[in-house]
Design a protein around this ligand. Structure first.
Ligand SMILES: [Zn+2]
Length: 587
């Protein structure tokens, strides 16, 4: 964003849009003493570590370091460039940016990909709803009893039979085919020039991100002899199945409102629940649940009910999901379907009331696991020892110690094993894990960070630094340039300060400094801290110089260069004296 000269525009947008409101549409936040905290959407957060300050217009995650203002949040979350974020947020704020020609957004690669998917979705929808080629799709929906409201709400479409219907449509609409290939809508021909349609004679389910932008498609066959049953878009810059849930854009608000998410296996299950009025649902897309999924889900609720088919593969998938949910610190529940049933057939045969009863009375993951492995053990598929090992593995993931001992007790009862034995097995595994963990290193010296924090909070103290050769003392380049803005330019307004820097690191440092609470009661204490920091930095600079000198002296001795040795020794003596003086001052 560099030397952006639309400062007034940026400030106007910030004045009109509340950062709390924006953040809240992505993750839930709670009011605390001073500001708001919530789960950080930028890392796997289990304890709310993101702080949001309405007055300062900033957010900062004290765990992963993500931070900045409303623009920073929006850019990072939606993977946009600054001009793109500016244009979208200006729209949200109802600010007209047309008259600033220099700020016309340059479309980034990703927004082009979204756009192409939107064009394709529109085409498929048109075929399904209005074209004679879409009759098969309409017939299929009728057979399955899917309402036209659902079809409209989820922008269902139909990819007609034939090799180049979409290719022709895209060409007519001047969509660059090589880019349409990047989202997997069309495929390059092997032997000749050109492309062909990936999806043919299939009902099309657009897959959307949280914002409702189409990131990919699922295509279901309408002729039972077509193989495979489902074709999904390949991974692309905007579609990652590890991170995507079908329907999350529609269901996230319901999940938050009901503080519960029902996890199902695919979009057909999702759709049959959703159209029956059960709206707090999410579905994975041809992959088992991942950590990324869970951290996304956790923005809306910690309460997950797993609802998978009751066949062997469904149960295995459920176990896998439980593993991930537990590892991510959740205590999931399972709604066990009677054997041979999937969610769709259960609703159709037993009715919605019975289905709701099932969802309202889920069993805990441990009970589910016992029932499942108990079955396996009876059939001789696993031994008691294996059962014990697996339960220890699961319990080990439970983070809360009270919960953990509760489940240890339950497991001991069910397996007829002394509680102490399970306890020590779990403890052993946990301590092994801890020893393997690594500590993250500080990104930059703490003293420099503290100095920045104090100066941003008490900008008048810049005079203390101005008297020193402060540039020679700071080694972190971002901190140095932020301090330069404060000390030399006298610019310490958070909003203008952020505009001076393009890079994420500087933004994160500014938001961290402004939202952290180092507990400085008054300006006098602050001034002492600044002097302390300067002293410490001087000392460490001196130490550095002394270390280098020592090496140079050693070299001079080896080289038998007595002149040089003498000169260096004198320098060494001077610096040592200087160091002692500084140390004396520090006392
Ligand atoms: Zn974070």
């Amino acid at each position: 964003m560099g030397k952006f000269n639309n400062e007034a525009l940026v400030k106007e947008i910030k004045r009109r849009l509340s950062i709390i409101n924006l953040v809240e549409s992505y993750t839930s936040v709670k009011k605390t003493g001073k500001g708001y905290v919530g789960l950080c959407p930028f890392h796997d957060d289990s304890n709310p570590s993101m702080h949001v300050d309405e007055e300062k217009g900033l957010f900062h995650c004290f765990s992963c370091g993500a931070g900045g203002d409303i623009f920073g949040f929006y850019m990072r979350y939606n993977n946009l460039t600054f001009p793109e974020a500016l244009s979208e947020l200006a729209k949200k704020a109802d600010v007209n940016i047309e008259r600033q020609p220099e700020s016309v957004p340059r479309r980034s690669q990703n927004s082009v990909l979204y756009k192409i998917n939107a064009v394709a979705a529109k085409y498929y929808r048109h075929i399904l709803q209005e074209d004679s080629k879409g009759k098969r799709g309409r017939d299929y929906l009728e057979r399955r009893g899917i309402s036209s409201e659902t079809a409209k709400e989820f922008i269902f479409g139909f990819a007609p039979e034939g090799w180049d219907n979409l290719v022709k449509y895209l060409t007519k609409n001047e969509v660059p085919l090589n880019i349409a290939e990047k989202v997997g809508l069309i495929v390059k021909r092997n032997n000749t020039e050109g492309y062909y349609d990936r999806f043919r004679n299939r009902l099309m389910f657009p897959i959307c991100n949280v914002e409702g932008k189409v990131i990919g498609f699922g295509g279901r066959r309408v002729d039972e002899q077509d193989e495979p049953k489902y074709i999904n878009s390949p991974e692309s810059d905007i579609y990652h199945k590890r991170k995507s849930f079908y329907g999350i854009n529609k269901s996230k608000d319901h999940i938050r409102r009901e503080s519960r998410a029902i996890l199902v296996e695919g979009y057909t299950d999702f759709l049959s629940l959703y159209s029956s009025g059960i709206r707090n649902v999410v579905a994975t897309l041809g992959t088992s649940l991942t950590r990324e999924h869970v951290s996304m889900l956790r923005r809306y609720t910690n309460n997950v009910v797993v609802l998978f088919d009751s066949d062997e593969s469904g149960r295995k998938a459920a176990k896998k999901s439980l593993d991930v949910l537990l590892e991510e610190g959740l205590l999931p529940h399972v709604a066990p379907l009677p054997s041979g049933k999937d969610p769709d057939s259960y609703i159709n045969e037993e009715g919605l009331d019975k289905f709701n009863e099932l969802i309202e009375n889920p069993i805990s993951w441990v009970e589910f696991w016992f029932d499942m492995t108990g079955d396996y053990q009876k059939k001789g598929m696993i031994t008691r020892k294996q059962m014990l090992e697996e339960i220890v593995e699961l319990i080990e993931h439970v983070k809360d110690p009270v919960e953990r001992s509760f489940w240890i007790k339950k497991a001991a009862e069910r397996l007829s094993v002394p509680e102490s034995e399970i306890y020590s097995l779990v403890k052993h595994r946990r301590s092994e894990k801890k020893a393997g963990g690594t500590k993250t290193q500080l990104k930059y010296p703490n003293t420099e960070k503290l100095l920045l924090t104090v100066l941003l909070k008490f900008p008048d103290l810049k005079s203390i630094l101005a008297e020193e050769d402060w540039k020679g003392l700071i080694s972190n380049t971002e901190i140095k340039s932020i301090l330069e803005e404060i000390i030399v330019q006298g610019n310490y307004d958070p909003s203008s300060l952020l505009l001076r820097f393009d890079d994420k690191v500087a933004h994160e440092m500014i938001s961290e400094a402004l939202l952290s609470s180092p507990g400085i009661p008054d300006a006098e204490t602050a001034s002492k801290i600044v002097q302390d920091c300067v002293g410490k930095l001087k000392l460490s600079k001196l130490d550095e110089k002394l270390k280098v000198l020592r090496i140079e002296i050693d070299d001079a001795i080896k080289e038998k260069d007595i002149q040089l040795e003498k000169k260096l020794l004198k320098e060494f003596g001077d610096l040592t004296k200087q160091k002692q003086r500084e140390e004396g001052r520090a006392l």
